[in-house]
Design a protein around this ligand. Structure first.
Ligand SMILES: [Zn+2]
Length: 257
């Protein structure tokens, strides 16, 4: 027998064992922290294309806070405040994003007429554990979908709660598409958004944004339970108070409509 055979076989086995799962499986990787974003740290630090190292699914924003990010099937889409969606190719960076490899293991169907609040309740009831970390994907048709996006900012940057007052709101009707995001537990406070944080992208990839409300016509939910949180902190922001409790500001930003 060729003496190289055991070596080659061993190598193949190693590739098979390690290659079938990304090192970031079951991990939500995030760039920077929500409190830094709330404080107005909008300069991008990580190229969007580098997010693919950590997964194919996620949400975030862009350099200068230029719109809402949806990452789906490894493609990154930008929903700027003009509402004209574009797929991101070039060197665009992100100041804040959360991504994971999406490998769902839980599925449920939402009843017709279910609104955003009721959908969150139905998903939470199914999960039965408010302390878990979950990637959430809805695929379906919505009789109404209300989203927002934020306008690109120039320096000196103002806090997000102030900027969010200038958000664009988009109302869609009878729209088919994907809802992408996460449920994160209360203890991520300061680091990320506790609770549900979901973005939308329509099937044509022409409309979307940060979800404020919706009503389901027909939708399936896929859920990937995650058990690791990986923080990427490329450039710690200087001269920013990250000790302050910004929960009220976050609530205002997440829900203002
Ligand atoms: Zn958002």
């Amino acid at each position: 027998m060729n003496r190289l055979f055991p070596v080659a076989f061993g190598l193949l086995l190693l590739i098979a064992v390690t290659g079938c799962r990304t090192p970031y499986a079951d991990t939500v990787t995030q760039v920077a922290t929500i409190d830094a974003l709330l404080a107005g740290v909008y300069d991008g630090t990580v190229p969007c294309r580098d997010l693919r190292r950590y997964g194919d699914f996620g949400i975030g924003t862009f350099d200068h806070l230029d719109g809402e990010m949806v990452m789906l099937d490894g493609r990154v889409y930008q929903v700027p405040s003009t509402g004209v969606v574009r797929e991101v190719h070039g060197p665009l960076t992100t100041p804040f994003a959360s991504v994971c490899p999406f490998l769902p293991t839980i599925e449920l169907e939402l009843a017709t007429g279910t609104d955003f609040a009721a959908a969150q309740q139905a998903i939470s009831d199914r999960l039965g554990n408010a302390n878990g970390v979950y990637a959430i994907h809805l695929r379906g048709t919505f009789s109404r979908m209300k989203t927002r996006s934020v306008p690109a900012q120039t320096k000196p940057y103002r806090p997000l709660a102030e900027v969010a007052k200038e958000q664009s709101v988009f109302a869609m009707a009878e729209v088919t598409g994907d809802v992408v995001g996460f449920y994160l537990p209360p203890f991520v406070k300061g680091i990320n958004v506790p609770g549900y944080h979901l973005h939308f992208l329509n099937a044509d990839r022409t409309q979307g944004g940060h979800i404020l409300d919706f009503a389901v016509k027909q939708a399936m939910v896929e859920i990937d339970p995650l058990d690791k949180l990986y923080l990427v902190l490329p450039e710690p922001p200087a001269n920013v108070d990250l000790g302050k409790d910004r929960s009220q500001e976050l609530h205002q930003v997440e829900t203002s409509r």
